[in-house]
Design a protein around this ligand. Sequence first.
Ligand SMILES: Nc1ncnc2c1ncn2[C@@H]1O[C@H](COP(=O)(O)OP(=O)(O)O)[C@@H](O)[C@H]1O
Ligand SMILES: [Mg+2]
Length: 162
Amino acid sequence: MKSSGTKRRRRNETLISESSEETERIGLNLAREVPVPGVVLLRGELGTGKTTLTRGIARGLGLIDPTLVNSPSFTLVNIYQGNCAIYHVDLYRLQSERDLYSIGLDDFLGKEGVTVVEWSEKLPYSLGQAMEVGIVDGGGDRRALHIRYPPSGRVNRQKKDL
Ligand SMILES: Nc1ncnc2c1ncn2[C@@H]1O[C@H](COP(=O)(O)OP(=O)(O)O)[C@@H](O)[C@H]1O
Ligand SMILES: [Mg+2]
């Protein structure tokens, strides 16, 4: 029997995208599955579409001008305002854990708004309650997006065994 009042976790799934527009649309739909506060962890090589997916998520969260969503080349975080604050973190150039403190990650990650993290494998801890998307280049414009939906509940962090 279906229990009322408790949100069931969605099944993990793999979606295939054939274009950047399609990836953006997938992001738009994923935004509905992200709790606020919430975290989306992105993995995938350069050029697989992490920023493109983030643009869709930001649109889904009510950002009026999605052209604002670009790779934050020299900053580790860009902040956009939609229906909630959207923290777009890109750890590609992360040098040390100290850089995470300098952007105040602890103040917003999982605590306020929605945080989308590119190169999330560089985070020094794992987040049990986050949505995770791994993007794999399938050649040409084809991308496989492996999606792990968040279990409901608060975002807890656990130190990784490095
Ligand atoms: N199916 C697809 N999904 C996303 N991007 C795609 C796709 N096919 C081609 N592209 C292109 O790949 C590039 C992805 O760039 P970007 O989103 O910045 O990647 P990342 O942030 O992972 O480095 C863009 O130039 C985009 O036009
Ligand atoms: Mg990017």
